[in-house]
Write a new protein. Structure first.
Length: 178
């Protein structure tokens, strides 16, 4: 939306469709992280950035660890921290990755690089709220689902269980801005 006119304008389509994406914005960019799973089709793990200056989406290089249902936090205008999520084989993740902007000219996803970062205290996956506040990243709570058959409710056998973990604030790390 253009605040001066109140007019809504659609963005162009992303390079790959996403299901349950995590996203974060900076002043002039939108980052989207997830897999491209559509119903029962295999996932295409991908990340993309939309840059207002070019008006287009560009693919980012693959994350170090494939993940979906993760959290993303903008740190300044040139870094994004992606935390937790669910990896291959339905494994909940403690790992984090820092997306940093490379110096120099370039466009789209080519000017961004993934770097491993400090892991969280515990695994976190699902719809993760996260925030950057006073130099620290906070990831709030976690929800674990245990399914006898991945992504299917097995109600005939009555074996489906939900386990709810405490919703607590977890201090991840401190990142100082220059």
């Amino acid at each position: 939306m253009d605040p001066s006119t109140g007019r809504l304008s659609p963005l162009p389509n992303m390079v790959n469709p996403k299901k349950w994406p995590a996203f974060v914005t900076t002043e002039n960019k939108i980052f989207v992280f997830s897999d491209g799973m559509v119903l029962d089709s295999p996932g295409v793990y991908s990340s993309e950035v939309y840059e207002a200056a070019s008006g287009r989406w560009s693919p980012l290089s693959p994350m170090i660890e494939e993940r979906r249902l993760c959290a993303a936090v903008s740190i300044g205008n040139s870094r994004v921290l992606v935390t937790g999520g669910i990896g291959r084989n339905q494994v909940y993740l403690r790992s984090t990755e820092l997306l940093t902007q490379l110096s120099g000219e370039g466009g789209g996803g080519e000017k961004w690089q993934w770097r491993p970062f400090s892991p969280m205290n515990e695994e976190h996956g699902g719809d993760l709220p996260a925030a950057y506040l006073q130099g620290r990243v906070y990831v709030v709570g976690s929800i674990y689902y245990i399914f006898p058959i991945p992504w299917r409710w097995n109600t005939k056998l009555g074996q489906t269980k939900k386990i709810w973990k405490d919703s607590t604030y977890v201090l991840l790390t401190t990142i100082k801005l220059k």
